[in-house]
Design a protein around this ligand. Structure first.
Ligand code: BG6
Length: 509
């Protein structure tokens, strides 16, 4: 293990000098997220002075053509005005090497390129990040080839880290196979499984909110909490990702990773420290406590849906089955809602409701903690039951805010109780510089902080939750797809899931 890995990570400073290799350098992720994020880090003083990017892709090209392409792309995808001098400095340290990832030669030429760039940019040490912005089927191959080429060997003056994007497999078996392949070339401490939800400011704030405020922790349990809702609603449809989404569905695309991660932050026990393993251990314990479902329980607790034609933001949109690259008879779900039970001391009997969907009525991500009703009818039964319950609402996007719904007396002679919001909005911190969402995560990787990345056992645990649902859904094709109109709140069966428990989904106005 290198000295760099042993040093405690400092989030206000850049990491040690390094080379950042992007596989899939001509792809969408590179131009939309990775390069703008690295450039933002440069502008915020969070990239090491000695730093270079090497793009690798099958597209023919050289350093000059890569730089020209980056210069064109940044105009479109920068999140703030591009300072020409800063850009020139950044792009002059960007290099390119072309080749097919299935062939050993490209890894041999990458090795030479790394040595040449180290020399040209006077980059001391041997630190290299390999970012695999490639199709998931190539993760294993690229990692194995990097290993064969000797590019993953860490030395006292060099870390070697590999970033991979979800999906980490498409079911439990394939996730395990992928992990085995990665581990044939890498130690777990070298694998950074990225989840961009964990880079979101409000998601990171969940831990601070819970563990830095004395007023919440005592009531954060089954004695006071009635239920928890986690919603990731998108107004967008499949866009240009028909072939990907039709293969995966939202259960794999959103629930297995982003949503279960948010759930584990909400439900976990206080970690012994805020760093990597301590947090991961607690998150995995929560996932392990989620009650696995038998097939009949899947039918009772899980709802799927698919959108038909409808109106979104005042525009007519087509049915999912008629979208480009989608099977016209597709049974893939574009909506999923689950009732999960976390069978542990803190949460026994408190339902966690999760829902996500494409082309819903509004774009918003939020967590709602709904508290139990007060025990006494001091102000009359009507007051007790008619005023809304206390809820704590964590708005993750697009608004970033925290609201507590409180009961107060409505002014006047009669005792009328209303529920009113107490709000904190992130805008109150003043204007923040726009970002791609990748900055924190790439910086964390460069400073060796794995806290916001998925560990092997959490990936495994989440697939164990999702896999029985996939099995039942695969075995019993839906009979009523499409079952919700685009632009609505999803299928009626999802409403019934909560109505059955005497609850309802919390939708924004
Ligand atoms: C991605 C999914 O991981 O997250 C997409 O693959 C989804 O299908 C996206 O649209 C949502 O991310 P965000 O940050 O826009 O909520």
């Amino acid at each position: 293990m290198s000295d760099n890995q042993l040093a405690p990570p400092d989030h206000r400073k850049p990491g040690p000098p390094c080379i950042f290799v992007i596989f899939g350098a001509s792809g969408d992720l590179t131009k939309r997220k990775l390069v703008p994020a690295l450039f933002n880090l440069r502008c915020r003083g969070l990239l090491p002075d000695r730093f270079a990017v090497i793009g690798v892709a099958i597209t023919p090209g050289d350093d000059a053509s890569f730089r020209a392409q980056l210069a064109t792309d940044i105009k479109q995808f920068a999140t703030q005005a591009v300072d020409p001098a800063a850009w020139d400095e950044f792009v002059s340290a960007c290099y390119y090497t072309a080749g097919d990832f299935n062939q050993a030669e490209v890894f041999a030429s990458l090795k030479q390129k790394i040595a040449a760039v180290q020399q040209e940019q006077k980059i001391p040490g041997q630190n290299v990040v390999f970012n695999l912005a490639v199709t998931p089927t190539l993760f294993g191959t690229v990692a194995e080839q990097l290993g064969v080429a000797g590019l993953l060997q860490e030395t006292p003056d060099g870390y070697r880290r590999v970033i991979i994007e979800k999906p980490f497999g498409h079911d439990l078996a394939s996730a395990r196979e992928l992990n085995n392949r990665l581990h044939s070339a890498l130690r777990e401490s070298q694998i950074y499984r990225i989840d961009h939800y964990l880079g979101k400011e409000t998601v990171q704030n969940i831990m601070i909110y819970r563990f830095a405020n004395m007023i919440f922790e005592p009531i954060w349990n089954r004695r006071y909490v009635d239920s928890v809702q986690i919603t990731v609603a998108e107004s967008l449809g499949v866009e240009k990702r028909g072939s990907y989404l039709d293969h995966y569905g939202v259960l794999r695309d959103m629930v297995q990773n982003h949503m279960l991660s948010v759930l584990s932050l909400i439900a976990m026990e206080p970690p012994s420290s805020i760093s990597g393993d301590a947090v991961h251990n607690e998150k995995v314990k929560v996932l392990d406590s989620i009650r696995p479902m038998e097939p009949e329980e899947v039918i009772e607790n899980c709802v799927r849906g698919q959108y038909g034609a409808g109106m979104v933001d005042g525009q007519k949109v087509p049915a999912y089955r008629t979208e480009a690259n989608v099977d016209p008879n597709s049974n893939t779900e574009t909506y999923a809602a689950l009732r999960l039970m976390v069978d542990n001391w803190r949460w026994a009997d408190v339902p966690f409701y999760l829902r996500t969907g494409k082309h819903l009525a509004k774009h918003f991500t939020q967590v709602v903690i709904r508290f139990k009703r007060t025990p006494l009818m001091l102000f009359g039964e009507k007051v007790r039951t008619q005023a809304g319950p206390n809820t704590l609402i964590l708005n993750i996007q697009p608004a970033e805010s925290i609201t507590i719904m409180m009961r107060v007396k409505n002014p006047g002679p009669a005792v009328v109780v209303d529920t009113v919001p107490l709000d904190f909005n992130y805008d109150q911190f003043g204007k923040r510089s726009a970002s791609t969402g990748y900055e924190t995560l790439l910086h964390d990787c460069m400073i060796g902080d794995m806290t916001l990345f998925h560990r092997e056992d959490s990936v495994d645990a989440s697939w164990r939750i999702v896999n029985p649902i996939l099995d039942v859904w695969g075995a019993l094709p839906p009979r009523d797809f499409p079952d919700y109109a685009a632009g609505t709140w999803g299928p009626a069966s999802a409403d019934r899931l909560l109505e059955h428990d005497g609850r309802h989904w919390e939708n924004p106005a």
